[in-house]
Ligand binder design. Structure first.
Ligand code: AP5
Ligand code: ZN
Length: 213
């Protein structure tokens, strides 16, 4: 199964991907996670990407596409994968079809309202060790501000402040229609509501996946 999770920042792509990995044992490829790890390790790519990410802008297509191409050449993707955060522009979608002859099976679009994504992003807290997402109100950790599994302190992503969130949404609105119509034309687009509770979103995703089997 070759799947794309698409949607605005804060739609719940990372949260759903985590649930899908556990249920379907597919590798999760998040361009945001790969880029954040490059920034943390202060690599050349990380240094280049950092300024764009902190401003809520997209990292140039060429850099991200090269990074995805490399990741998709690894042996673990033979069974399939979940792509989260890529493609984000029509140019990236076209490049993906060149990298993967036949393309993906489905692009799952988590359509989510703007007020909901702002509330989700500003309240998000992340475990630095295992990457689990929490939310101050919607999915609070069991104990203080510690990850339930790792018991380390959660942090707020530097791009989750209100000003950067606004820029990320602006960029999303500019680029999303190109990606959506690209997959709509291919008959691969599946719309579901990202506004629902995460369990209900997951149950809609499972229905799409079972239609593929
Ligand atoms: P990236 O990391 O991909 O960020 P994003 O797309 O903005 O998405 P998020 O990770 O913020 O949100 P999400 O949809 O995963 O939501 P989550 O599950 O965490 O990219 C970051 C940056 O990297 C970009 O700005 C760009 O600079 C660069 N980049 C990455 N890919 C790129 C590309 N392809 N091209 C160019 N540049 C690229 O959920 C959010 C919160 O809500 C959490 O707190 C969660 O607990 C809560 N929540 C989730 N689901 C629900 C629910 N159903 N109900 C209630 N609460 C929920
Ligand atoms: Zn953790």
């Amino acid at each position: 199964m070759k799947l794309i999770l698409f949607g605005p920042p804060g739609a719940g792509k990372g949260t759903q991907a985590k649930m899908m990995i556990e249920a379907f044992r597919l590798p999760h490829i998040s361009t945001g996670d790969i880029l954040r790890s490059e920034v943390k390790n202060n690599t050349e790519l990380g240094r280049e990407a950092k300024t764009y990410m902190e401003a809520g802008k997209l990292v140039p297509d060429s850099l991200v596409t090269e990074m995805v191409k490399k990741r998709l050449s690894a042996p673990d993707i033979a069974k399939g994968f979940i792509l989260d955060g890529f493609p984000r522009t029509e140019a990236q979608a076209k490049s993906l079809d060149k990298i993967l002859p036949g393309g993906v099976d489905k692009a799952i679009y988590l359509k989510t309202s703007e007020d909901i994504v702002v509330q989700r992003l500003t309240g998000r807290r992340v475990c630095p060790k295992c990457g689990t997402n929490y939310h101050l109100r919607n999915m609070p950790p069991k104990k203080d501000m510690l990850c339930d599994q790792c018991l380390v302190e959660l942090y707020q992503r530097p791009d989750d402040n209100e000003a950067t969130v606004k820029n990320r949404l602006h960029v999303y609105l500019q680029e999303s229609e190109g990606v959506l119509s690209y997959y709509r034309k291919q008959g691969k687009l599946e719309n579901i509501s990202g506004d629902l509770d995460s369990k209900d979103v997951f149950s809609d995703i499972k229905k799409i996946i079972s239609s593929l089997k």
